[in-house]
Design a protein. Structure first.
Lengths: 328, 328
């Protein structure tokens, strides 16, 4: 395969597309299940698995403001200080790049994100809702100026009208961001919609050298299928989590994605080892993954928060009552 | 929507395609998990749910030869006698049609399948491997002559070369069968392959009045996604099971499928009720659904039997060892 095919040629994935990047966001998105209270052993296990599996990026957590997220409630991966990160990765002498997410209005980015030369982080991913776009653009500029790669993840796309998305994409595409992500926050998208979103994003990245990414949730058991669909449509950056760990129904499973990708640099076995050694034990303590209340919120294009609350309550197995409640 | 759109026009499913038929095979495929040892209460629950949900067909089980499947080992849904079926459905005074599956070489069809006028069954589904096609064609002729609707389900398609499939389809399309099924026995197919198979089958049904169906397995969490893809490609008959109950990783979940289909005759709530009342209790007794060993067999395009055995053994949680074993 030649480099001219590297970016977004559909069909090339049947062999493989060298430009595809896999980003593990297990600790970051999974931390939304347990307030980021993972043991160092667990995070080291995820890191080692990502390195061994040939994953391109690992997202360690959020750069969350301590004034908003108290370290007595939230674990260290809500803040991702250099000390905490280095306790896991040292100077990260590997080919795995590291990422942290900065949420608009929830990150003191000017002070908390250090110049790249002082950080083990390689990539800052800026997450925002559509109305926070101007702030997000400033965050991207700040991170770029400090020396980082950047992505923009506009959340809850499925609740935004196409005209607004187009305006946002046109604006953002003028700036320095490296990757624009299609984010299915509610796990509500069907594959034809993923196809359309990916192609819409590609309209605005064409000729800019920027890439399109996909971040899927598994409310309707479509996270993996939708990720494949985004590849076919031309997305090159793919989010996944080991064992699908993530808020609510969780994310695209890394093990399914690496089983599918044909680039020989990707190895499935280290991911299976990590699941056996770290995720099966974790599953005795916290709960994640596809479940009927999440299906209902996905189907209705709603945030999973009400399903999460329902599953913590006394009527957790009465998903008929939950369905009735959501349909009121 | 006019009738001219009824058959296979892509895109029409965004509103809805009246020609789409949903077939519940919960008891038939699910019975492969527990030797068809369901209680009458359970089967009545599935039947009532299918009626209330507007499902088109319910498959009660197999017409398995008693010389091969002893009634002391296998439950009554391995044989589907008229007495046993009528104990559940009476004279079936509903719009739900009933089906039974007849396996090539495992069914004494000439004697055990009664004339339609003496049976509550409406549809005989003939399952075979490709080398059993001549026998399957005789079984279809026999069932047609007796007054039944028929389908042909060629199993393990993913192990058959396209030239053989084409020969089979050309031959079968000359006969009386009503529906030709794409059967992903191993749960190994990706959506692009499902698209290609569905279109291949439609080449041979074009102009015949026959339909194409989809029967998916969930080894790679693609059963539902692949079923949607088959709809887009033009399949009109869709297999699903309540709660995904079925051999190994199970099947396309009825609850996901009915949530997706927009025909107002389909109701999701009765399916959720059935899961709460019958499937949650059953899940304490038997196991089904997506699991890593099934992912591995799906990925490798293998029958799930070795994964099923592994999960019954002492090393069930060591899926790394299973992966190594399958990769030898």
């Amino acid at each position: 395969m030649t480099q001219e095919h590297e970016s977004t040629t559909p069909g090339e994935w049947v062999t493989y597309r060298p430009g595809i990047k896999v980003l593990d966001c297990t600790v970051r998105d999974g931390g939304l299940v347990n307030e980021h209270q993972f043991t160092d052993e667990f995070v080291k296990g995820v890191y080692a698995a990502c390195v061994a599996a040939g994953v391109d990026y690992m997202e360690l957590g959020y750069k969350g403001a301590k004034r908003l997220y108290s370290p007595t409630v939230h674990g260290k991966w809500k803040h991702c200080t250099e000390d905490d990160m280095r306790a896991i990765v040292g100077e990260n002498p590997t080919s795995l790049k590291l990422s942290a997410m900065a949420d608009a209005d929830r990150c003191d980015y000017k002070t908390d994100i250090l110049p790249k030369k002082d950080s083990v982080i390689d990539l800052i991913r800026v997450a925002c809702y559509i109305h926070q776009l101007p702030l997000a653009m400033d965050m991207i500029k700040d991170a770029t100026d400090k020396g980082y790669e950047t992505t923009l993840n506009i959340m809850a796309l499925s609740t935004v009208q196409e005209a607004e998305i187009r305006t946002a994409l046109a604006e953002v595409a003028k700036g320095p961001v490296n990757v624009l992500y299609v984010v299915d926050s509610y796990g509500s998208l069907y594959t034809e919609q993923v196809d359309a979103y990916t192609k819409l994003f590609l309209e605005y990245t064409a000729g800019t050298g920027k890439h399109v990414g996909m971040h899927a949730h598994n409310n309707q058991q479509l996270a993996y299928a939708n990720t494949i669909q985004s590849i076919i449509a031309g997305a090159n950056w793919l989010d996944a989590t080991i064992n699908g760990l993530g808020r609510g129904a969780g994310n695209c499973q890394m093990e399914l994605l690496l089983g599918f990708l044909k680039n020989p640099k990707f190895k499935l076995r280290p991911i299976l080892e990590a699941i056996r050694d770290h995720f099966v034990p974790l599953s005795k303590q916290i709960e994640w993954g596809y479940n009927l209340p999440y299906m209902v919120t996905g189907l209705l294009n709603q945030h999973p928060r009400e399903a999460i609350e329902w599953l913590d309550g006394p009527k957790r197995d009465d998903f008929v009552a939950f369905y009735d409640y959501m349909m009121e």
